[in-house]
Design a protein around this ligand. Structure first.
Ligand SMILES: [Zn+2]
Length: 247
């Protein structure tokens, strides 16, 4: 998944926008680094800003969806593909994730690298991400990676800022057709990367078990975490943070 940690932060309202820093008592002047006009909060940066609107309008046009600059938020944009095929739904979800994370990346580049905003650069990056994604989707590896008929596949990952540091986890659950049947993210508080990887797997297993799944295939980019479960040597996590604010 593109930008798992960042999309989790964006959708959970955890990005350090100017408005959020002000709300925490930090005395800073706020100005959107993309349009250089308005104050910067989540709604402006990701949805209303003319820079963001330009990107959203472009991606809507690519998919043949209607762009309405006056009614834009995550729910409205997501709803465009609900009546379309599973393939289009998945592509559109990837597009939304891409746009949000690339707007955030670009905003950070403008601030920390002191460069002017460029919608052309953001669009190029989104197209490059799509190209990468299409290779994965066409590859035989992807086809072979579908679970069996009565099996649930869990993809999970932990993400952190620092090690140890504030951590989060996300989980995606797919059935034998590759359809996403559930997704969630959760804050884990302060812990190590390794603990976050373990808790991400536990979160997914608990979700699946609660819903009656017994044949579960877990995938994670942490070989160490997988080995712990495979060898039945999961460290005792008593006293460690439990997932909270699960969405
Ligand atoms: Zn702006």
């Amino acid at each position: 998944m593109f930008g798992g940690a960042n999309i989790w932060k964006i959708l959970s309202g955890c990005c350090a926008t100017d408005k959020r820093l002000q709300d925490k008592g930090i005395n800073i002047a706020s100005r959107c680094s993309l349009c250089l006009k308005n104050i910067e909060d989540d709604t402006h940066l990701f949805w209303i800003c003319l820079f963001a609107a330009n990107i959203w309008s472009w991606i809507h046009e690519l998919f043949g969806f209607q762009w309405n600059p006056h009614i834009q938020n995550f729910e409205t944009v997501t709803a465009h593909a609900t009546t379309r095929s599973v393939a289009i739904c998945n592509l559109w979800a990837t597009a939304i994730t891409n746009v949000l994370t690339e707007i955030w990346h670009h905003r950070n580049s403008c601030i920390f690298n002191n460069i002017p905003a460029s919608s052309r650069r953001v669009k190029s990056k989104i197209l490059a991400n799509f190209f990468e994604c299409s290779i994965l989707m066409k590859s035989t590896m992807h086809i072979r990676s579908l679970p069996y008929l009565d099996q649930l596949k869990i993809g999970c990952d932990g993400c952190s800022r620092g090690n140890p540091g504030p951590n989060g986890a996300w989980v995606i659950l797919r059935d034998h057709t590759g359809n996403t049947i559930g997704a969630m993210s959760a804050g884990l508080g302060i812990c190590t990367n390794f603990v976050a990887e373990l808790l991400a797997i536990i979160l997914g297993l608990e979700w699946a078990s609660d819903r009656g799944w017994s044949k579960i295939w877990v995938t994670s980019d942490s070989q160490t975490a997988i080995k712990c479960f495979a060898s039945d040597r999961v460290p005792c996590l008593v006293g460690m943070p439990r997932p909270h604010n699960v969405k």
